[in-house]
Every structure is written in structure tokens, then in C-alpha cells.
Design a protein around this ligand. Structure first.
Ligand code: TYC
Length: 107
């Protein structure tokens, strides 16, 4: 009379265990400034102090690094924070009519 599913029948176990989730650390992004011929050095120093929490001597060093080598890293952040820094710096530069450019790239 076919397969018996009544008492004593073996039913498939319901799978309750979850596979172990692989967690990876969030990617990091470099935020950097590009050199140009028009943005005043003092303005770049202010940007580095205000948006990247650098001391005045550190900000001057980084500004000169950009001026001499074309670009320099200002900080390394998770994607959301890097995007916010880039947007804030570029907006601040535009508001002050300077062509200063801030960009980010994945580490
Ligand atoms: N090159 C600019 C000047 O001579 C200074 C400068 C430095 C501009 C860094 C942009 O990201 C920059 N006035």
C-alpha cells in the first residue's frame, strides 16, 4: 500500500542551522588633494586643518607635498566618510571660488 508516513516514519529534518557568515572588514578609501595653479596655499592649509583635523605644521607639510608632487593623501576612511569629506571639501572650495579638487580612491 505504498510508503507509510504514519507513526514511526522518518521525516526529513528541518534545516535550522545557518551557514557561518563570512564577515569582511569594510573597504578603505584614500582621500587626496590635487594640485592646481590657482588655489592659494593658505586656503589649502585651512582645508587640511578644518576637514582633516591636521595641526598647522602638518597641514603645511601636506600642502607643500601636493604643491610639489601633484597630489597627497589627506586621510584614509570608510566609503561613506570618504565621500562626505570629498563632497565637503569640493563644496567649500567652490563656495570660495577656488578650483581645488579633492578625490578618493579605493586602497
Ligand atoms: N599650487 C598652488 C599654488 O601655488 C597651491 C596648492 C597646493 C593648490 C595644494 C592646490 O591641493 C593644492 N598657489
Amino acid at each position: 500500500m505504498g510508503t507509510q508516513y504514519g507513526r514511526g516514519a522518518v521525516t526529513p529534518a528541518i534545516k535550522t542551522e545557518k551557514k557561518a557568515q563570512k564577515l569582511s572588514r569594510p573597504s578603505k578609501y584614500l582621500v587626496y588633494l590635487l594640485n592646481d595653479d590657482y588655489t592659494p596655499m593658505d586656503f589649502v592649509v585651512i582645508v587640511l586643518q578644518e576637514f582633516f583635523a591636521m595641526s598647522y605644521p602638518r597641514a603645511v607639510k601636506v600642502m607643500l607635498d601636493v604643491h610639489q608632487n601633484g597630489r597627497a593623501t589627506c586621510g584614509i576612511y570608510t566609503r561613506d566618510i570618504a565621500e562626505t569629506k570629498v563632497a565637503q571639501v569640493n563644496e567649500f572650495a567652490r563656495l570660495n571660488d577656488h578650483p581645488l579638487l579633492c578625490k578618493m580612491e579605493k586602497v
